[in-house]
Design a protein around this ligand. Structure first.
Ligand SMILES: *Cc1c(COP(=O)(O)O)cnc(C)c1O
Length: 366
């Protein structure tokens, strides 16, 4: 059986270095906001080409912390609106609503599954304060179009880069493309910890400072609380692991692209809609997502032939019970995507031969 993703296999290549790093932390006597967090923050800021990286407890928290910080800065207030893609992972939307703001859903582009800028302007009201694009599956959202809209309407852009570590646009990496970005280092991500972890990246010193205080009870000085904060610190052990794995991120992304290009060149079945990779040199293929109207049948066929696949995601946010108030809304592009997408296995523990084998199976399907 070909697994969709075997994290034990993925991490086995870094195992000696990870164990050494963990032992070092265990023996250091410093377990919270110590040298490992500081050192990873510096490395990841350098990697993304930004001035500031602030480690957080998770990707969801990183998104929330940015929004809370903008509220503390007086840039947003309760009830303001944030534009999000309607087909994103639920965490993006939760970050907005948990921050006392209102998520406004916008349809994606059916060709690349990212937010469609041409649908944004209609949704802008006097309460709109930000756009939160998501670089879904590892493909960057349309940077220039989004910047143009943000400039015209004086909006912040906060990107959810949880699936796009290392994605590049015109020489700039995700994390340094807009005002502030949030990353997740959930174990399955392109840069994954061995537990929960996240980060905020930005060039805005004030924003970085407030985020840093908010994640530590609102304090920048011990026992002095300037804000009503949280506890969402990046863990020393996770930071040590991330520093090990960051060294291999570009190499890992290159291998992901290699596997993706094999899928793209070997899948010939005309019923299958492949990911659109025009002008997408910087795609980091967090997921390799194909589309077909008979998706469930294709998934069963692949399973019968020993290939595990997944669906990202089976239910759109506006059809979730958690957002009952949206259940009657209609987002046809989003709904079509959710009913047709299928993620094929693509990870750094997979061989090229396995990819070819999957391509042959897909080609034999009718
Ligand atoms: C993983 C993910 C998140 C949430 O990250 P966590 O670290 O699990 O909180 C948010 N947005 C997107 C698009 C994600 O893929």
């Amino acid at each position: 059986m070909v697994p969709f993703l075997d994290l034990k296999d993925v991490n086995s290549r870094y195992q000696p270095e990870i164990e050494e790093a963990l032992l070092w932390v265990a023996r250091s006597g410093k377990y919270i906001l110590g040298e490992e967090v500081k050192s990873f923050e510096q490395s990841y800021a350098d990697y993304c080409g930004v001035k500031h990286c602030v480690g957080t407890g998770s990707g969801l928290d990183a998104l929330k912390l940015i929004l809370y910080a903008y509220k503390e800065m007086g840039i947003m207030q309760d009830g303001d609106e944030v534009i999000v893609p309607a087909n994103t992972y639920i965490a993006t939307i939760l970050a907005v609503s948990e921050s006392g703001l209102v998520p406004v859903l916008v349809e994606p582009d059916i060709k690349n599954y990212n937010i469609d800028p041409s649908f944004i302007q209609n949704k802008i009201t006097s309460k709109t304060k930000a756009i939160m694009p998501v670089h879904l599956y590892g493909l960057l959202s349309p940077i220039d179009e989004l910047k143009g809209i943000a400039q015209k309407y004086d909006l912040k852009i906060i990107d959810d880069a949880a699936q796009a570590h290392g994605a590049v646009y015109e020489g700039k990496k995700a994390g340094g493309l807009f005002g502030a970005a949030a990353f997740s280092f959930y174990p399955t991500k392109n840069l994954g910890a061995l537990g929960d972890a996240g980060a905020v990246t930005t060039n805005d010193q004030q924003l970085a400072g407030i985020v840093r205080a908010l994640l530590n009870y609102g304090s920048s000085t011990r026992y002095i609380a300037d804000f009503k904060g949280f506890n969402s610190r990046l863990d020393e052990m996770q930071a040590a692991i991330l520093s090990v794995k960051l060294k291999y991120l570009d190499q890992d992304n290159l291998y992901r692209r290699r596997l993706a290009s094999l899928y793209l060149s070997h899948i010939k079945n005309e019923q299958i809609i492949l990911p659109d990779v025009k002008n997408n040199g910087g795609h980091v293929f967090h997921l390799f997502v194909i589309r077909n109207e008979k998706r469930d049948k294709l998934q069963q066929y692949l399973l019968d032939n020993g290939i595990r696949t997944q669906i990202h995601y089976p239910v759109p946010p506006h059809k979730q019970l958690a957002y009952k108030e949206w259940n009657k809304l209609s987002f046809p592009v989003t709904e079509k995507i959710h009913s047709e997408v299928l993620s094929l296995p693509l990870n750094t523990a997979m061989s090229e031969n396995t990819v070819i084998r999957i391509c042959n199976l897909v080609n034999d399907w009718s």
